[in-house]
Every structure is written in C-alpha cells, then in structure tokens.
Design a protein around this ligand. Structure first.
Ligand code: FES
Length: 200
C-alpha cells in the first residue's frame, strides 16, 4: 500500500507586512527627526552636504561625474545631484535626503536672499518635497518654478523656493553655493531641514 506523501511546511520567503514597514522606517522614509540625525552618524556617505563639497550627477549616463558650469546653461536644465567630498571623492549618496536640485537662473530674477546664496545665478535646493517626500520634479523654465507631480505643490526657485501652490507645508531648504575650479561647490549647509516630516 502506498503512503500518502506528507506535506512539508516551507517557510514563506516574503517578509511580513510589519517587517516591510519596519524596513521602510529603517530606510529613513518614516523616521522622526531624531532618528534621521542618529542614522547619519559618522558615515561620510550619509553626512549632509559639507562646505567645499562638489556636486555630482545623481543618475543617468553621467552618474557620479562632477557637475561643471558647462553643464548648467542659463535657464536649465534642472539637474539632480549628490554632494561629494572632493578630497576623499566620497559621494554622499547613502541618504535620499542628500539629493539636491541645481539649476542656473537669471540672477536678475532672484530675490536678495536667493541671490546671496547663489553662485552667479546658480541655485540649489533640497530635492525632497516637504509634503510627503517625492523627489521627481517638473521643471517650468518660463516661471523658474518647479512642480511636484505627486500632489502638485509648486515652488518658486527665485524666491528661496517658497510654496506657491499645493499642500507642501514649507519651502524647500536652500543650499548655499560658490564656484571652485569651474564647478559649483557647497558654500554652507542646508538652510532648514531636508525632508518632509512635520515634527521638530
Ligand atoms: S509629495 Fe510633493 S506635493 Fe505631495
């Protein structure tokens, strides 16, 4: 008489929903401010932009290459960058909050605060929307504004990225720039806290 084969219990390789949520929180998407600060630690890849950092392409064919003035003609395009320690050549790309928008605007259209932080019309801001953290943008060159396609918040890059429309609760943090050896470089830390959490 043949035996009925016994079923073996095979562990489900998919993480439980709760585990997925914990992983998302660990990736920084849901962390409160204190958690994000602690996560930066001493890791240079997680550290926020530092003075004299260069900016490198965040993606595309030239990912990791230094952005020079030639890459930034007046009027756009709008580029997404990560900061890079120029001595150690460490790209600080291990935190999505280090994504930076950079674009060359007409300096005559910048308000005084924005002009003071710009490098000859080149301005930089956090690339993470202050609403719920999207980081893809529609560049609107005629108005020097950007629109977040997630919930349509709009920011004016000539006026310290103030919110023009939409649910974003605050402007995008600005990043002061200067020019070093023919390339934009960081002149100081973010003005304000990058990210979208509202606490703190
Ligand atoms: S995430 Fe940008 S408007 Fe909602």
């Amino acid at each position: 008489m043949s035996e009925t084969p016994r079923r073996r219990s095979v562990p489900d390789p998919r993480p439980a929903r709760r585990t997925v949520l914990k992983l998302a929180a660990g990736a920084g998407l849901m962390l409160p401010r204190v958690g994000m600060v602690a996560a930066q630690g001493d890791d240079p890849r997680k550290a926020r932009p530092q003075p004299n950092d260069r900016l490198v392409f965040a993606g595309g064919d030239r990912k990791g290459q230094v952005i020079t003035l030639e890459d930034l003609p007046a009027g756009g395009p709008l580029l997404t960058a990560f900061p890079m320690d120029p001595a150690a050549r460490v790209v600080r790309d291990d935190s999505r909050l280090n994504q930076i928008l950079i674009v060359h605007l007409d300096p005559n259209r910048l308000n005084s605060d924005t002009r003071a932080r710009a490098a000859g019309g080149i301005v930089a801001y956090s690339a993470v929307c202050t609403h719920t953290g999207c980081d893809i943008w529609d560049w609107q060159p005629a108005s020097s504004t950007i629109k977040c396609p997630c919930h349509f918040s709009e920011f004016d890059l000539t006026e310290s990225a103030r919110v023009l429309n939409g649910p974003a609760p605050r402007r995008l943090p600005a990043l002061p720039l200067k020019v070093v050896d023919g390339a934009p470089a960081v002149a100081g830390g973010f003005i304000g806290r990058p990210g979208f959490e509202t606490g703190g």
